[in-house]
Design a protein around this ligand. Sequence first.
Ligand code: NI
Length: 138
Amino acid sequence: MIFVSRQEHFNAAHKLYNTAWTPEKNEEVFGPCANTNWHGHNFDLIVTVKGEPDPDTGFVVDLKKLSQLIRKEVIEKVDHKNLNVDVPFMAGKMASTENLAIEIWKILEQKLGSVSQTARLHCIKLYETPRNFVEYYG
Ligand code: NI
């Protein structure tokens, strides 16, 4: 078993705000992340798949095809968007990095078969800042 990763990048706006709470409680829990008029991040998304190298190509997955898949299914839907209001798959969810990583996993797990018959999704690693990141293993 070998693990292969592809990194992509996007920018997006969001805020962390729980509508069931008072403005004061949101401010207390989320601080400036609850700012009414949004804020943005430069996200780095690292998608890791796993499998055995194909005997003919030596590849677990064609990284060009994996990149195209990530861009079409994820990046185009979130890049330069507001995660709270523009992104259907985040509708009704707190726009946290955790929830975003989980939704990205669900999308790519369904679609990975279109670029590889054998590779399986292993990890979604999502950097919100260089020092804040989450990992999701399904
Ligand atoms: Ni934020």
